[in-house]
Design a protein around this ligand. Sequence first.
Ligand code: 5GP
Length: 212
Amino acid sequence: MKDAAPAAGKLYVVTAPSGAGKTTMVKRLVELRPQLRFSVSYTTRPQRAGEVDGKDYFFVDQDRFAAMHRAGEFLEHATVFGNSYGTSRSQVQSLLAAGHDVLLEIDWQGARQVRANWPACQSIFILPPSLPELERRLRTRATDSDAVISRRLGEARDDLSHWEEFDFAVINDELETAVAIAVGILAGEGSQARTTDQALRAQISALLQGNQ
Ligand code: 5GP
């Protein structure tokens, strides 16, 4: 079923591999755009230290998640790293109806579903400045073993292969520059960040081939 109801606000989808700096960027965006709201997702993954239920995620068990899915309560849902994640349709609709722009921070599988069900959404993919920098960020952040880091790196490379499906791409090299580009996209001025832009496409190809 298509979500064709007229909405006052705009819906944005932001996707990035881990290590691209998405969370920091998105926090800055919300500071700079007071009308922007995050949608709080539902997940079956265990709550991490410091996370707040109802703020970072709604933490639910698999039965509750499956019941919500059956009841059609998710605008999109996906399995990421073995856990279920979903966006509440009613939460998004009521934020949009209240005049807020809404930002979904979800993976590429979910982004695909939102684009199919909500064609007016705008989707943004965030890339790291280079593959070695992505690896460095994954290594410095994690206390994980080499095996876990290698797996994350493999997953991140797989995520990166989906960038062309998005309306916009932002390379997060210097944070404030990347944030400024994203603010431009939200303001409807991001033509140089369109994934159809030839200069940007060449830059991303070089990045992914390790020439940068
Ligand atoms: P984490 O568990 O580390 O917070 O998130 C893991 C991944 O799940 C990230 O790529 C994040 O963007 C994605 N994710 C978080 N919430 C949702 C959601 O509601 N739907 C989908 N499809 N992905 C989500």
